[in-house]
Design a binder for this molecule. Sequence first.
Ligand code: HEM
Length: 173
Amino acid sequence: MRKEFEAMQVGPVRGYTSSQIILHWLIVVLVLFQLIFGESMSSVFRAAQRGTTPDPNDATLATLHIWVGFAILAAVVIRLALRLRQGPPPPPEGQSPVLEWIATATHWLFYFLLFAVPISGIVAYYWQPAAGEVHELGKPAFIILIVLHAGAALWHQFWLRDGLLMRMLKPGA
Ligand code: HEM
């Protein structure tokens, strides 16, 4: 059994696996939810600091914000473990080293934010409210990275037509 497993590991990595693809798009949906509805958490947090009662809708969205934050953290732990175990697929053919470097840096910055933003939120909520200032920097940082990253993926797909987007849609592509 172990031999069969080792045999499966031999050879260059071909694309992303279905678990990596599912986790990528699950995290996209969860992060977008946080970016769109995160203000409710800020309102509830400020109301708690002032000792006033928050709006009931904000209170519901704030509870969801906490659970979605924990879900993102769990998903990124699994995702990073899969990435470290199987390594990244090779860059698209003919990609310049500079663009390759920017793509790799963007991916690692995403991983950094996907850990740092939920963890600073947990620290702010449970122990040290001042960490909320670090947590709030996550929103503009994510927006900049998402615009760069999604723009690059669409540029590859529709301008260079090298099928890069398919790597995150079809296992092994
Ligand atoms: C919250 C938004 C997003 C986050 C956090 C995110 C994160 C990431 C990360 C970390 C990787 C690197 C995977 C690895 O090798 O470990 C990646 C790859 C990729 N993402 Fe995203 N992504 C987001 C949105 C999007 C969107 C909107 C698109 C499409 C328009 C997209 C398309 C891709 C593609 C095609 C790859 C593979 C790139 C390659 O193989 O070189 N992503 N994403």
